[in-house]
Design a protein around this ligand. Structure first.
Ligand SMILES: *Cc1c(COP(=O)(O)O)cnc(C)c1O
Length: 458
């Protein structure tokens, strides 16, 4: 009988994270101070992050030890299983072999606790009492709430208002883990009040919520801020996914020809691919594809430029693919992919041609999610469905070409708290959004006056 899923023993959980910074052929350009436009100094970040995370953010060391307390708590759900998608293969009648890494087994239901746990730990040992953060549909907020409870930290989450109103279950999860959650824009912060003055009915956005969380974090001595994606230290923590997967694929006796992940800020994608990017730099042939929504096409239609991570322009300037910090994406259900920017590491890999990017319309992602649910059983998060859809496209292409490709994708999370989205789809209420070039060009105007990275392209 063929093996359906591959488990690792707890003793095989990696003891170190992998830092791609040590191996990049072209280094990531430095973040800039938002006021002076000069390369950021570690001390500039001290108001919002604890020192160990700032050091990881700037580290060039290839391997970084996973602290014992983080390792022990990883064991709550790690190592996560790797599955072979036999039923999906059969349904598609493809010669391709499809594997997926199941990151939906964490208590919060996604890959996000991989970094939330590490961030909570480093804050705890640095004397932080309370962490402020933002969340879109609630995946990050719930992951951080869970992990703050593990290390006895207070947690406050600014949740994008439209989700806060329409998707109460993740708020309830956050509150169950002891965190406080408010809709953003709120009247609690100067940036929130400014946004409400402009538009009292604002549905909010991730960029707005980040502004509120950062503003609060810098006001209190023992409070810090945490970001769930985009930054280098987040990508670092997520590499535990790919390091486990490499061991599991070896047990399966296969090596991936194609690796796929959905990409919002880039963290689950990076987590799976970075250890394989190292192989690729060393000569392996692998096709690596990041998938984003048609309606928030950061990598496929955005610019590689310096931009702020948030609307109120409080964060450092990051060298990344961006649609402009004022870009407000359509209200698709994949809330975790509705971000104007992208991880600088992923952006650098893209301009170094080590990875590719593709965009997919919303309806195809749900159709694919339904196919996956009917064959493999699991109901995917709407974000994850972007990776599922690209996997199906590649498996059908392999069928056309008659090639036995090995396809590996990251199943970043389950969709059991997103069933309203499936309900909308099943009732025919979902639509695809056309995004005109004019809207993108307009949003990009707002970053024209910012400094340009060396590798900037018009
Ligand atoms: C948040 C989220 C994403 C997108 O974030 P990345 O940082 O790009 O990984 C994707 N899938 C799930 C399930 C998420 O919760």
């Amino acid at each position: 009988m063929d093996t359906k899923k591959i488990f690792l023993n707890e003793s095989e959980l990696p003891r170190q994270w992998y830092n791609i910074m040590a191996d990049l052929p072209t280094p990531v350009e430095p973040p800039l101070h938002p006021g002076t436009g000069q390369p950021l100094n570690p001390n500039d970040l001290e108001a919002i992050f604890p020192m160990p995370l700032i050091e990881q953010e700037m580290s060039q060391e290839r391997w970084i030890d996973i602290p014992e307390p983080v390792f022990e708590k990883y064991l709550m759900w790690r190592p996560s299983p790797l599955y072979r998608a036999y039923s999906l293969e059969k349904h598609l009648d493809t010669p391709a072999k499809i594997y997926f890494k199941n990151e939906g087994v964490s208590p919060a239901g996604s890959h996000k606790p991989n970094t939330a746990l590490a961030q909570a730990y480093y804050n705890k040992i640095s004397g932080t009492k309370k962490i402020y953060t933002e969340t879109g549909a609630g995946q990050w907020g719930s992951a951080l709430s869970f992990c703050c409870a593990q290390f006895g930290l207070e947690c406050k989450v600014y949740m994008v208002k439209i989700s806060f109103n329409q998707k109460p279950y993740r708020r309830m999860m956050m509150e169950t883990w002891g965190a406080e959650c408010v809709g953003s824009p709120s009247s609690e912060t100067a940036s929130g009040r400014a946004m409400l003055a402009k538009d009292p009915d604002s549905p909010g956005s991730l960029g707005m919520a980040i502004s509120e969380a950062v503003e609060r974090a810098v006001q209190e001595e023992t409070s810090k801020y945490a970001l769930g994606s985009v930054l280098n230290h987040v990508m670092l923590h997520q590499t535990v996914i790919g390091l486990e997967t490499q061991k599991q694929m070896e047990i399966a006796g296969d090596y991936p020809d194609i690796i796929i992940g959905c990409s919002g800020g880039g963290s689950n994608f990076a987590g799976l691919i970075l250890p394989y990017v190292k192989d690729k730099i060393e000569g392996k042939e692998i096709e690596i594809i990041g998938v984003e929504p048609n309606s928030c096409p950061t990598m496929t239609r955005g610019k590689f430029a310096y931009d702020f991570g948030d609307l109120a322009q409080l964060t450092p300037l990051l060298p990344m693919h961006t649609l402009g910090h004022n870009f407000v994406p359509a209200a698709i259900h994949a809330g975790g992919l509705r971000y104007h920017g992208m991880s600088p590491i992923i952006s650098q890999l893209l301009i170094s041609n080590l990875i590719q990017s593709k965009a997919i319309p919303q309806i195809e992602t749900f159709e694919s999610g339904i196919t996956f649910a009917k064959t493999e059983g699991f109901i995917s998060a709407p974000e994850t469905n972007h990776a599922v859809a690209m996997t199906i496209r590649e498996a059908l292409k392999a069928k056309e070409e008659g090639k036995e490709k090995v396809i590996l994708f990251n199943w970043s999370g389950h969709g059991l708290v997103d069933l309203a989205a499936y309900d909308d789809f099943n009732k025919g209420k979902l639509s695809d959004y056309k995004l005109s070039d004019d809207i993108i060009q307009n949003a990009l105007k707002d970053i024209e006056s910012l400094p340009k990275p060396k590798q900037f392209k018009e």
